[in-house]
Design a binder for this molecule. Sequence first.
Ligand code: COA
Length: 128
Amino acid sequence: MLVARSRERLEHEIDDYLVIERDGMVIGCAALHAFPDADLGELACVAVHASYRGGERGERLVEAVEQRARGRGIARLFVLTTHTAHWFVERGFAPASLDDLPPLKRETYNHARKSKVLIKALTSTTSA
Ligand SMILES: CC(C)(COP(=O)(O)OP(=O)(O)OC[C@H]1O[C@@H](n2cnc3c(N)ncnc32)[C@H](O)[C@@H]1OP(=O)(O)O)[C@@H](O)C(=O)NCCC(=O)NCCS
């Protein structure tokens, strides 16, 4: 379901990723990609190992990305998803349009995937 990512791209963006590890194995991940000159960040690559789903790990990953984003002064997070829109809506994301994306993301949007665009405004807290 996720966009394929080359090893080179993953190595380049590795600092964007948060992972949950269990017994030395990565069982969950999520990434925060920042966009220069935009107050928007991208929540990407949210995935939990199939054997470990339903334990709120996905939720914890999203919360950790949100906290990281707040700490960097990012006001809103967007996510592109093909199959999981409902899950994100339940976690405060709302349907948005391509026009809401940073220009760089809009230009590289893969129309063949028909991903839905969802956005969440991050309320400021002191915990960031
Ligand atoms: C979406 C995903 C990350 C959730 O991980 P998780 O650790 O199970 O997350 P949580 O435990 O916090 O949430 C589980 C709840 O979401 C529900 N859920 C899971 N996938 C869902 C979906 N596609 N749509 C709606 N609800 C979904 C589960 O039924 C469960 O509900 P319950 O608590 O009422 O039983 C995981 O299902 C996954 O890796 N999916 C495949 C990758 C994917 O689609 N990623 C998003 C790409 S942008």
